[in-house]
Design a protein around this ligand. Structure first.
Ligand code: FNR
Length: 383
C-alpha cells in the first residue's frame, strides 16, 4: 500500500513509495549507480555543501519562475530527464510520464532507450495537448544514443525529426555502459537460478538471456551503442538533424569549450545520475570548474545540469551559478512508478513550490535576478 499522493511532501518521498510497489528488479534498475556509488553519492551531497546568501526586505510578494529553454518558454527552470525503459516502472510507460508533464506544462526529454517508439510517445503528447486545447507550453526533446550503425543512426534522426521533437540531446557520457553494481548482482543471481555455474556461454547457447548483459534498459544500449563516436561525428549529425543540439554528459571545462567551438546550442553537465564513471565530478563541480577556467562561455551557449537535484532550492543554487535550467531524473521515475501521471504532476508541484518559497526567501522575484554571489560555494572550492 502506498501512502496517498498528497502525503508526498518532498521529492524524496516518491522513492519510498515506489520501493513499496515495485518488483525488486525494477527498483534496482531505477536506483542502481556505478561501482560502489561514489558518483551518485557526490551528486546528492554536493548540492548540500553550498549555502545561500539571502537578501531581506525586498518585496517578494509576487514571484515569477519562468525560463527559456532552447528558445521555448518554460513555466519552470527544470525539465524531466530522459530515462529509458519506463515500462519497467509503470504499465503506461513513457506516455504516462508525458501526460503528467504536459498537464503541468513541463518540458520532457525522451530517451532513445524508451519502451515505446518515439512516434508513439509523440502521439501521446499530441493527444494530451489536444485534450488541453493545445494550452500546455510543454515541449518534447529527444535524447540520442548513437547507434553503432551509421544508417540506423540517420534513420533514427529522420524519424525523430519527422515526429516533431524540438531538439536533440546527444548523450556523450556513455561510449560504454558503466558498471552498474546492483544490476550485476541481479544478473549473477539470475544466472545461478538458471543453473549457470562457471560456463555462462553454455547457458546462452541453450537460449537463456545473456546474464552478463544488463537485463533492463541496458540490453538496448549494450548491443546498440557506438563506442567509436568522436567530435567529428557532430558534422554529419548536424547535417541530418538540422536543429539545435545539446551535448549531455559534459564533465570538464575543456569539453565545455569544445562544445561551443563545435556550434552546440547547449551542454548538459551530468555524470548520468552517477551511473557511468566512478568518481565522476558532480554537475555542480563541473559548473564551478567552468566558472573558474572558461567563464567566457557562460551566456554563449545554454548550460544545463543534472544529477542529485532533489529540492527546488537545489535548482535555485544551480541557476545562481549560471545554469539555464536543470534536469531531474529519479524523483520523476519513482513518482511515475508509485502514482502514474498524478505522481509526475505532484513532483512538478513540489519542486515549483519549493522554488517559489526559496526565491522569496532569497530575496528575488524573477530568475533574471539570480547572481553567483547569492550562494556561498567556498566549502566546495576549498576542499
Ligand atoms: C537514466 N539516465 C539516462 N540518460 C540518458 O541519456 N539516456 C537514458 O536512457 C537514461 N536512462 C536512465 C535510466 C534511469 C533509470 C536513470 C535513473 C537515469 C540519466 C538521466 O537522464 C539523468 O542524467 C540522471 O538520472 C539525473 O540524475 P538524478 O536526478 O536521477 O539523480
Amino acid at each position: 500500500e502506498v501512502p496517498h499522493v498528497s502525503l508526498c511532501i518532498a521529492t524524496t518521498d516518491f522513492e519510498t513509495a515506489a520501493k513499496a510497489v515495485l518488483p525488486h528488479k525494477s527498483y534496482v534498475y531505477a536506483s542502481t549507480s556505478a561501482n560502489y556509488g561514489l558518483s551518485h553519492k557526490g551528486n546528492l551531497e554536493d548540492w548540500n555543501r553550498i549555502t545561500f546568501r539571502p537578501r531581506v526586505m525586498r518585496d517578494v510578494g509576487k514571484v515569477d519562475m519562468r525560463r527559456s529553454i532552447l528558445g521555448y518558454s518554460s513555466k519552470y527552470p527544470f525539465y524531466i530527464s530522459p530515462m529509458g525503459t519506463m515500462g519497467a516502472l509503470h504499465p503506461g510507460a513513457e506516455p504516462e510520464m508525458v501526460r503528467g508533464g504536459v498537464r503541468k506544462g513541463c518540458h520532457l526529454v525522451i530517451s532513445t532507450a524508451s519502451t515505446k517508439q518515439n512516434e508513439a510517445i509523440m502521439e501521446s503528447y499530441v493527444a494530451e495537448q489536444h485534450r488541453l486545447n493545445d494550452a500546455s507550453p510543454s515541449k518534447l526533446f529527444f535524447q540520442f544514443y548513437m547507434p553503432a550503425d551509421r544508417n540506423r543512426a540517420i534513420d533514427l534522426l529522420h524519424r525523430v525529426k519527422r515526429a516533431g521533437y524540438k531538439a536533440l540531446w546527444i548523450t556523450v557520457d556513455t561510449p560504454v555502459l558503466g558498471k552498474r553494481t546492483a544490476d550485476r548482482v541481479l544478473q549473477a543471481e539470475e544466472a545461478l537460478a538458471v543453473g549457470v555455474e562457471e560456463e555462462p556461454t553454455a547457458a546462452w547457447e541453450a537460449g537463456h538471456e545473456n546474464p552478463l548483459v544488463p537485463s533492463i534498459g541496458g540490453r538496448v544500449v549494450g548491443g546498440f551503442l557506438s563506442p567509436h563516436t568522436t567530435w567529428e561525428d557532430l558534422a554529419w549529425i548536424k547535417k541530418e538533424w538540422k536543429g539545435p543540439i545539446v551535448l549531455k554528459g559534459i564533465q570538464c571545462a575543456e569539453d565545455a569549450k569544445l562544445a561551443l567551438e563545435y556550434g552546440c546550442a547547449g551542454i548538459l553537465l551530468s555524470n548520468h545520475g552517477g551511473r557511468q564513471l566512478h568518481s565522476a565530478p558532480s554537475a555542480l563541480m563541473t559548473l564551478l570548474e567552468i566558472r573558474t577556467y572558461c567563464p567566457e562561455i557562460i551566456g554563449k551557449l545554454e548550460i544545463y545540469v543534472d544529477g542529485g537535484l532533489r529540492d527546488g532550492t537545489d535548482v535555485l543554487k544551480a541557476l545562481c551559478l549560471g545554469a539555464t535550467a536543470v534536469g531531474v531524473g529519479r524523483p520523476f521515475l519513482y513518482a511515475l512508478a508509485a502514482y502514474g501521471s498524478k505522481g509526475v504532476e505532484r513532483c512538478v508541484d513540489i519542486l515549483a513550490d519549493e522554488l517559489q518559497i526559496g526565491m522569496g526567501l532569497l530575496g528575488i522575484t524573477s530568475l533574471d535576478q539570480v547572481r553567483p554571489e547569492m550562494v556561498n560555494a567556498s566549502r566546495l572550492l576549498n576542499r
